[in-house]
Design a protein around this ligand. Structure first.
Ligand code: SF4
Length: 148
């Protein structure tokens, strides 16, 4: 089985209550090959929720306590929830012996190789989201919707 960012299957777990449906990924989902998860929901955040970005770093920095995950006004700190969501995604992966995940590119949780830069302006930097980083560090192969 393959883990997948739930929003790519059309599940409305995105911060604004919408999804990031990808028809090729939905096909795999409908064949029963994918386990959908939303790390931000697994961390306890509601949907809809205000967007968050990693400030001054990437997912590795967050896991090492060197960067935080804040809202645009930098008043709400959801670092703990993002880390909890990543840990829960890893627990599910281990329980189901998952070796591969398809994650939503550029998200502060799911992004792999690219994430938003923390300015809430749409600018992109190199790096992984918190969940993508934790899964990758634990030997799970990460693909994104851009590989399909
Ligand atoms: S945390 Fe991941 S699965 Fe959840 S909405 Fe964001 S990109 Fe999609």
């Amino acid at each position: 089985m393959i883990l997948v960012s739930a929003c790519l299957c059309g599940i409305n777990c995105k911060y604004n209550g919408g999804n990031n449906l990808n028809s090729k990924i939905l096909e795999l989902y409908n064949k029963g090959k994918l386990i959908p998860i939303c790390p931000e929901q697994l961390g306890g955040l509601p949907t809809p929720r205000a967007p968050r970005e990693i400030i001054n770093g990437n997912g590795l920095d967050v896991l090492e306590g060197k960067a935080k995950i804040l809202d645009k006004d930098k008043k709400i700190d959801n670092t703990k929830e993002f880390i909890r969501g990543a840990q829960n995604a890893l627990k599910i992966s281990k329980a189901l012996n998952i070796k591969k995940a398809i994650l939503k590119q550029r998200s502060p949780s799911c992004g792999f190789g690219q994430i938003y830069d923390g300015s809430f302006s749409g600018r992109i930097i190199k790096g992984n989201g918190v969940t993508a980083e934790l899964l990758h560090r634990n030997g799970i192969q990460i693909l994104t919707e851009e590989d399909f």
